[in-house]
Design a protein. Structure first.
Ligand SMILES: [Zn+2]
Length: 95
């Protein structure tokens, strides 16, 4: 299961525009993926206490991944909880 993608204004279904250049795509608006207690509706039962609740090892961590894709480069914004926050990377070749 992957985290549910959400656009920054809170709509459940991302609606992305691209700039028509498949080699250097730009997606607008930014892409926000939230997982576990970082999701508004899931505060009590999250991955942080999964192990306690079920006795099984948690396969995921609660977190936020917030990114912009501009001209073929992905930038992770500062509110991302993972270690790639603030960094920008070239997208892999999708063709
Ligand atoms: Zn949590």
């Amino acid at each position: 299961m992957l985290p549910v993608g959400q656009v920054a204004d809170g709509h459940q279904r991302p609606i992305w525009r691209d700039n028509g250049d498949p080699m250097r795509p730009t997606f607008t608006p930014s892409v926000l993926a939230r997982n576990g207690h970082r999701m508004d509706r899931d505060k009590k039962e999250c991955w942080c206490n999964f192990e306690q609740r079920t006795g099984r090892k948690s396969p995921f961590k609660c977190g936020i991944c917030h990114s912009f894709v501009t001209a073929g480069r992905i930038q992770f914004l500062s509110d991302s909880t993972h270690e790639l926050a603030w960094q920008t990377f070239d997208l892999p070749d999708w063709s």
